[in-house]
Design a protein around this ligand. Structure first.
Ligand code: PHE
Length: 343
Protein backbone atom coordinates (compact mmCIF):
# COMPACT_ATOMS: atom_id res chain seq x y z
CA UNK A 1 0.00 0.00 0.00
CA UNK A 2 1.41 3.35 -1.01
CA UNK A 3 2.01 6.06 1.53
CA UNK A 4 -0.33 8.44 -0.35
CA UNK A 5 -3.56 6.48 -0.14
CA UNK A 6 -2.85 5.14 3.33
CA UNK A 7 -2.17 8.64 4.57
CA UNK A 8 -5.33 9.99 3.02
CA UNK A 9 -7.37 7.20 4.62
CA UNK A 10 -5.77 7.94 7.97
CA UNK A 11 -6.52 11.65 7.72
CA UNK A 12 -10.08 10.91 6.62
CA UNK A 13 -10.54 8.50 9.53
CA UNK A 14 -9.49 11.17 12.03
CA UNK A 15 -11.49 14.02 10.50
CA UNK A 16 -14.59 11.90 9.87
CA UNK A 17 -14.66 10.73 13.46
CA UNK A 18 -14.22 14.29 14.67
CA UNK A 19 -16.98 15.68 12.52
CA UNK A 20 -19.42 12.86 13.32
CA UNK A 21 -18.95 13.22 17.05
CA UNK A 22 -19.49 16.95 16.91
CA UNK A 23 -22.63 16.82 14.74
CA UNK A 24 -25.40 18.35 16.86
CA UNK A 25 -28.50 17.26 15.00
CA UNK A 26 -29.75 14.47 12.81
CA UNK A 27 -29.97 16.62 9.70
CA UNK A 28 -26.31 17.65 9.94
CA UNK A 29 -25.37 14.02 10.45
CA UNK A 30 -27.30 12.96 7.35
CA UNK A 31 -25.39 15.65 5.42
CA UNK A 32 -22.15 14.22 6.74
CA UNK A 33 -23.10 10.73 5.62
CA UNK A 34 -23.61 12.02 2.08
CA UNK A 35 -20.32 13.96 1.97
CA UNK A 36 -18.33 11.07 3.46
CA UNK A 37 -19.86 7.96 1.91
CA UNK A 38 -21.99 9.29 -0.96
CA UNK A 39 -21.28 8.76 -4.67
CA UNK A 40 -19.20 11.92 -4.78
CA UNK A 41 -18.13 11.59 -1.18
CA UNK A 42 -14.65 11.85 0.27
CA UNK A 43 -14.15 8.12 0.74
CA UNK A 44 -15.42 7.36 -2.75
CA UNK A 45 -12.94 9.87 -4.15
CA UNK A 46 -10.10 8.04 -2.42
CA UNK A 47 -11.39 4.66 -3.58
CA UNK A 48 -11.28 5.89 -7.18
CA UNK A 49 -7.55 6.34 -6.88
CA UNK A 50 -7.14 2.62 -6.08
CA UNK A 51 -7.32 1.76 -9.77
CA UNK A 52 -4.04 3.59 -10.37
CA UNK A 53 -2.12 1.60 -7.73
CA UNK A 54 0.14 -1.34 -8.39
CA UNK A 55 -1.79 -4.61 -8.12
CA UNK A 56 0.13 -5.66 -5.02
CA UNK A 57 -0.89 -2.52 -3.08
CA UNK A 58 -4.42 -2.39 -4.40
CA UNK A 59 -5.80 -5.23 -2.29
CA UNK A 60 -4.42 -3.91 0.98
CA UNK A 61 -5.55 -0.35 0.28
CA UNK A 62 -8.99 -1.64 -0.77
CA UNK A 63 -9.35 -3.63 2.43
CA UNK A 64 -8.29 -0.63 4.44
CA UNK A 65 -10.76 1.64 2.68
CA UNK A 66 -13.60 -0.84 3.11
CA UNK A 67 -12.87 -1.14 6.78
CA UNK A 68 -12.95 2.64 7.10
CA UNK A 69 -16.21 2.68 5.25
CA UNK A 70 -17.69 0.24 7.80
CA UNK A 71 -16.27 2.26 10.67
CA UNK A 72 -17.71 5.55 9.38
CA UNK A 73 -21.03 3.87 8.82
CA UNK A 74 -21.01 2.55 12.39
CA UNK A 75 -20.02 5.93 13.88
CA UNK A 76 -22.83 7.63 12.01
CA UNK A 77 -25.30 4.97 13.15
CA UNK A 78 -24.19 5.28 16.77
CA UNK A 79 -24.24 9.06 16.71
CA UNK A 80 -27.67 9.00 15.06
CA UNK A 81 -28.91 6.77 17.87
CA UNK A 82 -27.44 9.11 20.47
CA UNK A 83 -29.02 12.19 18.93
CA UNK A 84 -32.37 10.41 18.65
CA UNK A 85 -32.27 9.48 22.33
CA UNK A 86 -31.44 13.08 23.18
CA UNK A 87 -34.34 14.32 21.09
CA UNK A 88 -36.71 11.95 22.91
CA UNK A 89 -35.51 13.13 26.27
CA UNK A 90 -35.92 16.73 25.20
CA UNK A 91 -39.52 16.12 24.09
CA UNK A 92 -40.45 16.14 27.75
CA UNK A 93 -39.50 19.82 27.82
CA UNK A 94 -40.43 20.92 24.32
CA UNK A 95 -43.60 19.09 23.36
CA UNK A 96 -45.05 17.73 26.57
CA UNK A 97 -48.67 16.77 26.90
CA UNK A 98 -50.04 16.11 30.36
CA UNK A 99 -52.06 12.96 29.91
CA UNK A 100 -53.27 13.13 33.49
CA UNK A 101 -54.79 16.60 33.01
CA UNK A 102 -58.53 16.59 33.76
CA UNK A 103 -60.26 19.68 32.34
CA UNK A 104 -63.18 21.30 34.15
CA UNK A 105 -66.26 19.39 33.05
CA UNK A 106 -68.66 21.36 30.84
CA UNK A 107 -71.65 22.03 33.08
CA UNK A 108 -74.95 21.67 31.28
CA UNK A 109 -77.90 23.61 32.54
CA UNK A 110 -81.32 22.08 32.83
CA UNK A 111 -84.95 23.04 32.92
CA UNK A 112 -86.43 24.94 35.86
CA UNK A 113 -88.75 22.82 38.04
CA UNK A 114 -91.72 24.98 37.06
CA UNK A 115 -90.93 24.40 33.39
CA UNK A 116 -90.71 20.67 34.07
CA UNK A 117 -94.12 20.72 35.74
CA UNK A 118 -95.67 22.81 32.99
CA UNK A 119 -94.38 20.41 30.37
CA UNK A 120 -95.88 17.51 32.24
CA UNK A 121 -99.22 19.25 32.64
CA UNK A 122 -99.26 20.07 28.93
CA UNK A 123 -98.45 16.45 28.08
CA UNK A 124 -101.27 15.14 30.27
CA UNK A 125 -103.87 17.47 28.80
CA UNK A 126 -102.67 17.01 25.25
CA UNK A 127 -103.46 13.30 25.70
CA UNK A 128 -107.03 14.45 26.46
CA UNK A 129 -107.13 16.58 23.31
CA UNK A 130 -106.58 20.02 24.85
CA UNK A 131 -104.76 22.85 23.07
CA UNK A 132 -102.67 25.54 24.74
CA UNK A 133 -104.04 29.10 24.67
CA UNK A 134 -102.37 32.24 26.00
CA UNK A 135 -103.56 35.66 27.12
CA UNK A 136 -101.97 38.95 28.17
CA UNK A 137 -100.49 39.40 31.66
CA UNK A 138 -101.56 43.04 31.66
CA UNK A 139 -105.34 42.70 31.54
CA UNK A 140 -108.29 45.02 31.58
CA UNK A 141 -110.84 44.94 34.37
CA UNK A 142 -113.52 43.63 32.04
CA UNK A 143 -111.71 40.37 31.22
CA UNK A 144 -110.14 39.92 34.65
CA UNK A 145 -113.28 40.75 36.66
CA UNK A 146 -116.54 41.95 35.08
CA UNK A 147 -116.89 39.25 32.42
CA UNK A 148 -116.28 36.70 35.18
CA UNK A 149 -119.19 37.99 37.29
CA UNK A 150 -116.94 40.03 39.56
CA UNK A 151 -118.45 43.55 39.40
CA UNK A 152 -116.78 46.65 40.76
CA UNK A 153 -117.90 46.24 44.36
CA UNK A 154 -117.80 42.44 44.58
CA UNK A 155 -115.94 41.21 47.68
CA UNK A 156 -113.96 38.75 45.50
CA UNK A 157 -111.95 41.73 44.31
CA UNK A 158 -110.57 42.05 47.82
CA UNK A 159 -109.18 38.52 47.90
CA UNK A 160 -107.53 39.25 44.57
CA UNK A 161 -106.06 42.59 45.56
CA UNK A 162 -104.39 43.70 42.39
CA UNK A 163 -101.45 45.62 40.98
CA UNK A 164 -102.89 48.38 38.83
CA UNK A 165 -101.03 49.75 35.83
CA UNK A 166 -101.22 53.52 35.16
CA UNK A 167 -104.63 53.71 33.52
CA UNK A 168 -107.33 52.77 36.00
CA UNK A 169 -108.75 49.76 34.23
CA UNK A 170 -105.46 48.01 33.45
CA UNK A 171 -103.95 45.61 35.96
CA UNK A 172 -101.62 42.64 36.22
CA UNK A 173 -104.02 39.72 35.86
CA UNK A 174 -104.87 38.13 39.18
CA UNK A 175 -105.70 34.75 37.62
CA UNK A 176 -105.65 33.04 34.23
CA UNK A 177 -109.47 32.97 34.04
CA UNK A 178 -109.64 36.01 31.71
CA UNK A 179 -108.20 33.72 29.03
CA UNK A 180 -111.54 31.81 29.23
CA UNK A 181 -113.37 34.94 28.09
CA UNK A 182 -110.84 35.86 25.42
CA UNK A 183 -110.86 32.35 23.97
CA UNK A 184 -114.66 32.05 23.94
CA UNK A 185 -114.93 35.44 22.27
CA UNK A 186 -112.69 34.28 19.45
CA UNK A 187 -113.62 30.59 19.08
CA UNK A 188 -116.73 28.49 18.69
CA UNK A 189 -117.37 25.29 20.68
CA UNK A 190 -116.18 22.63 21.00
CA UNK A 191 -113.51 24.28 23.14
CA UNK A 192 -110.88 22.33 25.02
CA UNK A 193 -107.94 24.45 26.18
CA UNK A 194 -105.42 24.92 28.93
CA UNK A 195 -103.99 28.41 29.46
CA UNK A 196 -100.79 28.51 31.53
CA UNK A 197 -99.02 31.65 32.69
CA UNK A 198 -97.91 34.07 35.38
CA UNK A 199 -100.44 35.81 37.61
CA UNK A 200 -100.00 38.54 40.23
CA UNK A 201 -101.56 39.38 43.58
CA UNK A 202 -100.76 41.73 46.39
CA UNK A 203 -100.57 38.76 48.76
CA UNK A 204 -98.46 38.76 51.89
CA UNK A 205 -95.56 36.43 51.18
CA UNK A 206 -95.39 33.16 53.11
CA UNK A 207 -94.20 29.61 52.30
CA UNK A 208 -97.24 28.99 50.12
CA UNK A 209 -98.11 32.48 48.85
CA UNK A 210 -96.21 34.96 46.70
CA UNK A 211 -97.00 38.13 44.77
CA UNK A 212 -96.19 36.39 41.51
CA UNK A 213 -97.06 32.79 40.82
CA UNK A 214 -98.24 30.57 38.00
CA UNK A 215 -101.59 29.12 37.12
CA UNK A 216 -102.93 26.75 34.52
CA UNK A 217 -106.45 27.49 33.46
CA UNK A 218 -108.62 24.86 31.83
CA UNK A 219 -111.78 25.39 29.83
CA UNK A 220 -114.04 22.89 28.12
CA UNK A 221 -117.24 23.96 26.35
CA UNK A 222 -119.37 21.60 24.31
CA UNK A 223 -122.84 20.03 24.24
CA UNK A 224 -123.77 18.20 27.45
CA UNK A 225 -120.65 18.85 29.50
CA UNK A 226 -121.39 17.81 33.10
CA UNK A 227 -119.89 18.03 36.56
CA UNK A 228 -118.99 14.33 36.31
CA UNK A 229 -116.80 15.16 33.28
CA UNK A 230 -115.00 17.75 35.40
CA UNK A 231 -114.54 15.35 38.29
CA UNK A 232 -113.19 12.63 35.99
CA UNK A 233 -110.82 15.10 34.36
CA UNK A 234 -109.46 16.30 37.71
CA UNK A 235 -108.93 12.73 38.88
CA UNK A 236 -107.22 11.72 35.66
CA UNK A 237 -105.02 14.79 35.82
CA UNK A 238 -104.05 14.42 39.50
CA UNK A 239 -103.31 10.70 39.20
CA UNK A 240 -101.23 11.23 36.06
CA UNK A 241 -99.17 13.94 37.74
CA UNK A 242 -98.81 12.61 41.29
CA UNK A 243 -99.23 8.87 40.98
CA UNK A 244 -101.88 6.59 42.47
CA UNK A 245 -100.58 6.79 46.06
CA UNK A 246 -101.65 10.42 46.56
CA UNK A 247 -105.24 10.93 47.67
CA UNK A 248 -107.53 13.50 46.06
CA UNK A 249 -110.22 15.41 47.90
CA UNK A 250 -112.99 17.31 46.18
CA UNK A 251 -115.05 19.78 48.19
CA UNK A 252 -117.64 22.42 47.52
CA UNK A 253 -116.31 25.93 46.98
CA UNK A 254 -117.40 29.23 45.58
CA UNK A 255 -116.33 31.25 42.58
CA UNK A 256 -118.50 33.94 40.99
CA UNK A 257 -117.80 32.56 37.50
CA UNK A 258 -118.67 28.91 38.10
CA UNK A 259 -121.88 27.31 39.35
CA UNK A 260 -121.59 24.94 41.08
CA UNK A 261 -117.98 25.44 42.21
CA UNK A 262 -115.62 22.91 43.68
CA UNK A 263 -112.11 22.79 45.01
CA UNK A 264 -109.65 19.91 44.71
CA UNK A 265 -106.82 19.11 47.09
CA UNK A 266 -104.12 16.46 47.07
CA UNK A 267 -102.72 14.77 50.17
CA UNK A 268 -99.37 16.19 51.24
CA UNK A 269 -96.43 14.02 50.23
CA UNK A 270 -94.14 15.45 52.92
CA UNK A 271 -96.20 14.56 56.00
CA UNK A 272 -98.40 11.94 54.36
CA UNK A 273 -101.54 13.92 55.16
CA UNK A 274 -101.06 14.53 58.91
CA UNK A 275 -100.33 18.23 58.56
CA UNK A 276 -97.03 20.10 58.43
CA UNK A 277 -95.54 23.55 57.85
CA UNK A 278 -96.03 23.43 54.09
CA UNK A 279 -99.56 21.97 53.93
CA UNK A 280 -101.26 22.99 57.18
CA UNK A 281 -103.75 20.18 57.67
CA UNK A 282 -102.51 17.39 55.45
CA UNK A 283 -104.05 18.62 52.18
CA UNK A 284 -102.75 21.05 49.60
CA UNK A 285 -105.31 22.77 47.47
CA UNK A 286 -104.30 22.43 43.84
CA UNK A 287 -107.18 23.92 41.97
CA UNK A 288 -110.50 25.68 41.95
CA UNK A 289 -113.08 24.60 39.41
CA UNK A 290 -116.72 24.39 38.49
CA UNK A 291 -119.32 24.49 35.75
CA UNK A 292 -118.97 27.67 33.71
CA UNK A 293 -121.66 30.13 34.86
CA UNK A 294 -124.31 30.73 32.14
CA UNK A 295 -123.64 34.46 32.23
CA UNK A 296 -119.91 33.84 31.69
CA UNK A 297 -120.74 31.75 28.64
CA UNK A 298 -122.93 34.61 27.40
CA UNK A 299 -120.12 37.10 28.06
CA UNK A 300 -117.93 34.90 25.87
CA UNK A 301 -120.54 34.91 23.10
CA UNK A 302 -121.77 31.37 23.70
CA UNK A 303 -125.44 30.39 24.11
CA UNK A 304 -125.87 28.65 27.52
CA UNK A 305 -129.09 27.01 26.26
CA UNK A 306 -127.11 25.03 23.73
CA UNK A 307 -123.76 24.60 25.42
CA UNK A 308 -122.36 23.93 28.84
CA UNK A 309 -118.81 23.76 30.09
CA UNK A 310 -116.44 23.40 32.98
CA UNK A 311 -113.37 25.40 33.96
CA UNK A 312 -110.56 24.94 36.40
CA UNK A 313 -107.61 26.96 37.57
CA UNK A 314 -104.62 25.20 39.13
CA UNK A 315 -101.63 26.73 40.86
CA UNK A 316 -98.59 25.55 38.94
CA UNK A 317 -96.22 26.32 41.83
CA UNK A 318 -98.47 24.32 44.15
CA UNK A 319 -98.37 21.40 41.74
CA UNK A 320 -94.58 21.57 41.69
CA UNK A 321 -94.41 21.80 45.51
CA UNK A 322 -96.56 18.71 45.81
CA UNK A 323 -94.83 16.74 43.14
CA UNK A 324 -91.28 17.49 44.33
CA UNK A 325 -92.07 17.89 48.05
CA UNK A 326 -90.77 21.43 48.15
CA UNK A 327 -91.64 23.20 51.40
CA UNK A 328 -91.39 26.81 50.31
CA UNK A 329 -92.93 28.33 47.21
CA UNK A 330 -90.45 31.19 47.21
CA UNK A 331 -87.60 28.83 46.29
CA UNK A 332 -88.99 28.60 42.76
CA UNK A 333 -88.41 32.28 42.11
CA UNK A 334 -85.22 32.92 44.09
CA UNK A 335 -83.04 31.13 41.53
CA UNK A 336 -80.64 29.75 44.11
CA UNK A 337 -78.65 27.19 42.13
CA UNK A 338 -78.25 24.99 45.21
CA UNK A 339 -82.00 24.52 45.02
CA UNK A 340 -82.34 24.35 41.23
CA UNK A 341 -79.57 21.78 40.80
CA UNK A 342 -81.67 19.20 42.61
CA UNK A 343 -84.06 18.79 39.69
N1 PHE B 1 -109.48 31.74 38.89
C1 PHE B 1 -109.64 31.04 40.13
C2 PHE B 1 -108.53 31.47 41.10
O1 PHE B 1 -107.63 32.13 40.70
C3 PHE B 1 -109.56 29.56 39.95
C4 PHE B 1 -110.65 29.02 39.13
C5 PHE B 1 -110.51 28.90 37.76
C6 PHE B 1 -111.83 28.60 39.71
C7 PHE B 1 -111.53 28.37 36.98
C8 PHE B 1 -112.87 28.07 38.96
C9 PHE B 1 -112.71 27.96 37.59
O2 PHE B 1 -108.55 31.15 42.24
Amino acid sequence: MTQGVAGELERLRASARERIESATDQKALEGLRVSLLGKKGELTTILRQLGGLPAADRAAAGAEANQLKDEIFQWITDRMGGLEAKRHTALGDTEWVDLTFVPNPVRRGHLHPLTLILREVKAIFSRLGYEVALGPQVEDEFHNFEALNIPQDHPARDTMDSFYVEADDLLLRTHTSPVQIRFMQSHKPPIRIIAPGAVYRRDATDPSHGSQFYQVEGLVVDHDIRLSDLKGTIEYFARSLFGPERRIRIVGDHFPFTEPSIGAAVSCGICGGIGCRSCKGGWLEILGAGMVHPQVLRNGGIDPERYSGFAFGAGLDRLAMLKYNVTDLRLFLENDVRFLRQF
